[in-house]
Design a protein around this ligand. Structure first.
Ligand SMILES: Cc1cc2nc3c(=O)[nH]c(=O)nc-3n(C[C@H](O)[C@H](O)[C@H](O)COP(=O)(O)OP(=O)(O)OC[C@H]3O[C@@H](n4cnc5c(N)ncnc54)[C@H](O)[C@@H]3O)c2cc1C
Ligand SMILES: *[C@@H]1O[C@H](CO)[C@@H](O)[C@H](O)[C@H]1NC(C)=O
Ligand SMILES: *[C@@H]1O[C@H](CO)[C@@H](O)[C@H](O)[C@H]1NC(C)=O
Ligand SMILES: *[C@@H]1O[C@H](CO)[C@@H](O)[C@H](O)[C@H]1NC(C)=O
Ligand SMILES: *[C@@H]1O[C@H](CO)[C@@H](O)[C@H](O)[C@H]1NC(C)=O
Ligand SMILES: *[C@@H]1O[C@H](CO)[C@@H](O)[C@H](O)[C@H]1NC(C)=O
Ligand SMILES: *[C@@H]1O[C@H](CO)[C@@H](O)[C@H](O)[C@H]1NC(C)=O
Length: 549
């Protein structure tokens, strides 16, 4: 019998999962075995139902099912919906017109999101499929005075015009982008995946050169001209992260240029995370705010939470995953964690969604002529010679980061029997809340009421005939991606895991999903390691006993 037990123990290091399913537990003792028995599941709490937390739950469930280790996953979410910064709202409050208020696109190489969408049976569509396509130019890069460049669609490459203006820079950029993405994808696979230390994994993937250098320096070192960097790449870092090339690190700068195959989930990206949680059979508790985590003498963790601002309640867990920026989670952890993440400044981003019968004003954009058309997407950069860093001031003369025409909608007719009006849906990213005056200006509306100070009123003060619907949101959107060479740990203290450290490396739904899976893999491995040591102790003793015999 002892030999029989010993053999799979020896194999364990290679064939964990297989071995786990038939090791006879009955002879052994110890705490782990009570927990791993079929009746008492491992209790895991995940704080946050965004990309990170949902992917962690989904991955953990897959591992648990494949190994028949029972797990009970509870997801706490303080918001009333699943998705976190993947948030959808309905234009005109009609569910037929969902639009993204937060994260809107992902790309073909975002395998976690692509695969999950496919597995969950969601329909993924080209990100700009709903755009009206009424203007000749879909994208214009605005510097506050003029469009420095306009183009047809969001493929930067192989456009003669682009090569004509920028020479080799677009091709060099594309090559650098591809090489960088390939390095990044090493994090998805063995031997780098799973990684306990993102710092070590990033170093092994050869990415620290790019994270340690500001974007403009990194691009310059790679022989990409400053004109292309400023006009095209900086327009991308501004629309994606509200940051200029002088401060955002090289890795995130070049990742912004990976736009090929941009897609979103029809009906809203949040459905990926909703589908993951359902498939994970997680106990999802919306409107639940976790307020504290307390370690007990037996190393279990007591979570205190409030539902609907009612009284505090408590539950005990074996492991906790914090799946969102720790600094905004308002958690008190006792004793303090061993690896305390640094508090990092986040970009305050104001998103204004609105619908209007009016088109964007050619006059506002200094376009002359009766047939002048404003590009449907306006992204921005700084004028030549101006270098600015930080967010609010960093926006420069344009005053906004981007304006996109998302789609058209049918606005109900003013009176019955009339045909519905076509309204355009716009999304504006800006560092500050938009003033009513600004909205009037971009729509080319004359100020009728001079007594109203349009600089000090907001979009809600405008006439419903001009703005038929609006939604404003101020986000703590993403970190300032300052150059750095170290990243936060995945394990903050025993059994307390953290996904948020990846955000100062690359801040996207995909990277949060990667981190969710990474943490789930590490967590599961930690159970297996405990199992190995626990189960492994006895057979060694057995063996010694046998040899003594
Ligand atoms: C306007 C905007 C546009 C963006 N565009 C894109 C894009 O196009 N593509 C892209 O890939 N990324 C984009 N991003 C970034 C992307 O949204 C994030 O990187 C990603 O969604 C982060 O996911 P997460 O799960 O790590 O965090 P989050 O989505 O923030 O999820 C964390 C969750 O934890 C919850 N929570 C926190 N504390 C507690 C607590 N104490 N108790 C209970 N619950 C708690 C929060 O309510 C939240 O739901 C954008 C972000 C913004 C704001
Ligand atoms: C999982 O854990 C939660 C929280 O402790 C509990 O309410 C729920 O009943 C458990 N589910 C199962 C199936 O054990
Ligand atoms: C969450 O709270 C909101 C606002 O109070 C409420 O409308 C919603 O029904 C709640 N949802 C759940 C699942 O408790
Ligand atoms: C995505 O799916 C492909 C094809 O099934 C697979 O090879 C790849 O490993 C998956 N990647 C991730 C991150 O899930
Ligand atoms: C929160 O309140 C809403 C209504 O106010 C109720 O429908 C919901 O069940 C409550 N949720 C919890 C978790 O208590
Ligand atoms: C509103 O702001 C604009 C631009 O900052 C300025 O030119 C204008 O004088 C302001 N108008 C009022 C009424 O304050
Ligand atoms: C702007 O509006 C706010 C709130 O309505 C008010 O307190 C403030 O005095 C106003 N400022 C100006 C310059 O009109």
């Amino acid at each position: 019998m002892a030999f029989f037990v010993k053999s799979p123990i020896w194999l364990l290091s290679i064939y964990y999962v297989i071995a786990l399913s038939y090791i006879p537990f009955s002879g052994a003792k110890k705490q782990f075995l009570t927990q791993a028995s079929d009746t008492v599941p491992r209790r895991v709490a995940i704080i946050g139902a965004g990309a990170g937390g949902s992917t962690a739950a989904w991955s953990l469930r897959k591992y648990a099912d494949a190994s028949s280790i029972p797990v009970n996953i509870t997801v706490f979410e303080r918001a009333s919906y699943v998705g976190g910064r993947s948030t959808t709202v309905n234009v005109l409050d009609q569910p037929v017109y969902p639009v993204e208020l937060g994260a809107s696109i992902f790309v073909k190489v975002n395998y976690h999101l692509m695969n999950a969408s496919r597995e969950l049976g969601l329909f993924v569509d080209s990100a700009d499929s709903a755009r009206p396509q009424e203007a000749d130019h879909n994208i214009g890069i605005w510097d506050g005075k003029q469009f420095v460049f306009v183009l047809q669609d969001n493929s930067w490459w192989s456009i003669p015009k682009l090569l004509w203006r920028y020479g080799w820079a677009p091709i060099r950029t594309q090559n650098l982008m591809k090489a960088t993405v390939n390095k990044f994808l090493k994090l998805y696979e063995e031997p780098l995946f799973p990684f306990r230390s993102l710092t070590a994994a990033a170093a092994a993937a050869g990415l620290l050169d790019s994270t340690s250098t500001p974007g403009n320096v990194f691009l310059g070192e790679n022989s990409i001209s400053s004109t292309f960097s400023r006009e095209i790449i900086q327009a991308s870092t501004r629309v994606n992260y509200g940051q200029n090339l002088g401060l955002i690190h090289g890795l995130e700068s070049i990742v912004c240029m990976s736009t090929e195959g941009a897609v979103s989930v029809k009906g809203g990206n949040w459905q990926i995370f909703h589908g993951m949680l359902r498939s994970a059979r997680a106990d999802v508790r919306l409107n639940h705010t976790v307020t504290s985590i307390q370690r007990n003498a037996d190393n279990t963790l007591t979570l205190t939470y409030k539902a609907n601002n009612s009284n505090e309640q408590k539950l005990i867990f074996d492991d906790v995953v914090i799946a969102g920026p720790l600094q905004y989670s308002e958690l008190s952890i006792t004793p303090p964690v061993e690896n305390q993440p640094d508090e990092i400044p986040f970009v305050t981003l104001h998103v204004t969604l609105f619908s209007s019968p009016h088109k964007l004003s050619p006059k506002f954009f200094n376009l002359q002529g009766a047939n002048a058309q404003v590009p449907e997407t306006i992204i921005t950069t700084l004028p030549d010679g101006l270098e600015l860093g930080s967010s609010r001031k960093g926006v420069g003369p344009t005053g906004f980061w981007s304006i996109s025409t998302l789609q058209t909608v049918d606005h109900p007719p003013a009176s019955p029997g009339r045909t519905p009006e076509t309204h355009y849906v716009y999304k504006v990213f800006s560092p500050e809340r938009l003033s009513a005056g600004f909205v009037k200006d971009i729509l080319g509306l004359e100020s009728t009421d001079a007594t109203v100070n349009m600089n000090n009123s907001t979009i809600g003060d405008l006439d419903e005939q001009d703005v038929s619907w609006y939604h404003e949101k101020s986000w703590n959107a993403y970190p300032f991606l300052y150059p750095r060479v170290t990243f936060e740990e995945t394990l903050l203290s025993p059994n307390i895991w953290y996904t948020g450290g990846i955000e100062s490396f690359i801040s996207t739904m995909e990277t949060s999903a990667l981190m969710g899976k990474n943490v789930a893999t590490l967590l599961f491995e930690s159970w297996q390691n405990q199992m190995e040591t626990t189960v492994g102790d006895d057979p060694v003793v057995d063996w010694e006993e046998r040899t003594e015999l």
